[in-house]
Design a protein around this ligand. Structure first.
Ligand SMILES: CC(C)(COP(=O)(O)OP(=O)(O)OC[C@H]1O[C@@H](n2cnc3c(N)ncnc32)[C@H](O)[C@@H]1OP(=O)(O)O)[C@@H](O)C(=O)NCCC(=O)NCCS
Length: 149
């Protein structure tokens, strides 16, 4: 259609975006998410970083991401995971990912992780904590107690 441009949303589009979101979610006026303003900075990825700390020193981290402004629970991502050399094979990676999964299980239905095919150790790690290979090199897990739609 001529005259229609596809652009990145600006903060000044908040009013129009909120109007369209509310049309999308008609019937959900009583839900909490419905009243939130759909400003472009609000329609974004939620993100939380979990860290493993020994005294004051950080020895590992896991970065979890999900979509904030959607009605139904969506997809979570383990975007980054790292445990310092010298601290590996002590269960720290597992504890970090478990903390991220526990947190995200309230927000999402499935959690994805991507790994490089070269990272065989990472693949063994994810498989050992219950991730299943979906489409190479994607891994997916359902947080406990959640059923697919
Ligand atoms: C992958 C990584 C996060 C694992 O962290 P970790 O703290 O060593 O993992 P855990 O100790 O919790 O391991 C849990 C289980 O995963 C499996 N596992 C972990 N590392 C493994 C390895 N190198 N080889 C084979 N299996 C492995 C084991 O079954 C292990 O249980 P076990 O030690 O009782 O046998 C860590 O090796 C790392 O930071 N690697 C470099 C960065 C990286 O690859 N990040 C992931 C990118 S997607």
């Amino acid at each position: 259609m001529k005259g229609i441009k596809i652009e990145t949303a600006k903060e000044s589009d908040s009013e129009g975006l909120t109007r369209l979101f509310r049309k999308l979610y008609e019937g959900d006026e009583d839900k909490k998410f419905y009243s939130s303003k759909a400003s472009p900075s609000n329609v974004r990825l939620g993100s939380k970083v979990f860290v493993a700390r020994e005294n004051k020193r950080l020895v590992g981290f896991c970065w979890a991401i999900w979509y904030e402004h959607i009605k139904n629970k969506g997809v979570g991502i383990i975007e980054e995971l790292y445990v310092d050399e010298g601290y590996r094979r002590k269960g720290i990676g597992k504890r970090l990912v478990e903390a991220a999964l526990k947190f995200m299980s309230k927000k999402v239905i499935v959690v994805f992780v991507t790994t490089d095919n070269q990272l065989k150790d990472a693949q063994k790690f994810y498989e050992s904590i219950g991730f299943k290979l979906s489409h190479e090199p994607w891994y997916v897990i359902k947080p406990k107690g959640k059923k697919s739609k």
